[in-house]
Write a protein that binds this ligand. Sequence first.
Ligand code: S3P
Length: 438
Amino acid sequence: MSQEITFQVQPGGSLRGEIRVPGDKSMSHRSIMLGSIAEGVTHVRGFLNAEDAMSTLEAFRAMGVIIEGPVNGEVTIHGVGKHGLKAPEKPLNLGNSGTSMRLLSGLLAGQAFDCTLTGDKSLESRPMRRVTGPLAEMGAVIETQDNGTAPLHIKGQAGKLKGMHYDMPIASAQVKSCLLLAGMYAEGETSVTEPAPTRDHTERMLNGFGYPVVREGSTARIDSKGKLTATEIDVPSDISSTAFFLVGASIAPDSDVTLKHVGINPTRTGVIDILRLMGANIEVLNEREVGGEPVADLRVRSAQLKGINIPEELVPLAIDEFPVLFVAAACAEGQTVLTGAKELRVKESDRIQVMADGLQILGVDAQPTEDGMIIQGGGNIGGGEVDSHGDHRIAMSFSIAGLRANAPITIKDCANVNTSFKDVPALTTQLRLKLSML
Ligand code: S3P
């Protein structure tokens, strides 16, 4: 985190306009990882030039890959092939990015060199045994701290990993992707079964690079025989960043916003389904497919939302959007209940506790539970000072809450918004959100 940033949001207002929010973070990470180990030169457009994806980009530069850009979202990656990465001279610092750390541990477990993965305070407190455990069963040698956290010391096991089948106990795209990437370097077949559908960008992008991944029901299979051929990647807008404006335009009176070129991969659209169940007015326009991923423009207008019991099967499909969905629930008529979302406790912050604390400060009846939250909607949102705990999605969610607040909201510790957003001031001005940074 570079410097302390506080957001100050003036109450009220409506959101209007047409914008393209920054590129999808999950796809941006994967474009660098796969482009780097492909043969040939990969061009990426729409790359998210924000801190998390840049952590991945810098890690691959440190492993000898020549990467040009990003300039206006364009990146050119001179792939070194599956076995062309070089030992980094220093530990790879992955900042705040869980995706970088978990996917890289799989990709680097079977290399011909050792390396160390570090991160910021938040990342170094997040659970890593969910990846190092199954990787060890494949023959990986990765040392964690005593409580299973980073720094991770990886002893490269080139030629020694063995494929295996893994039944994931939690629905995690990061764990699935980690094991598929390790499987590209393992003898025999590696297969992963997920307990519920999770984002499938790794599988889709591997196929885009010509690397076979077989999908059978809830199981994905890979082996080490394939090779990656450089390709063109067009990264759409991140539906997780779009979600703030889907909620903002729904809760603020007289709003009408069109969000252009948004990735609507069905493993990511839980937020649209949940908001629609709550009565939101969201139109999906100009549906098309770009580079193997579905894309559309989303038009959203103000609506009176109502409280619901959020279906548990939608939880993994909206996992990053709950902070802002809690704000939607606070503005809805009646009670909203979330269950089955314990994973929220181990994200960049404990998103159940931190959101409940902040909403309570703003006068909302929000009761945290072990695996979710119970929110009584309909009440007014008040003003006050809340703490984002350095979590980018919490900072953005309370900024959106300002649209329905009756007094200013001050949000502390917002510098990490830069991990997933570029140019928040420009975006918010364009949409008329009354936000200033101190
Ligand atoms: C991600 C997967 C999700 C998500 C994270 C990005 C990815 O994590 O929360 O922001 O790019 O694979 P889990 O798979 O751990 O739920």
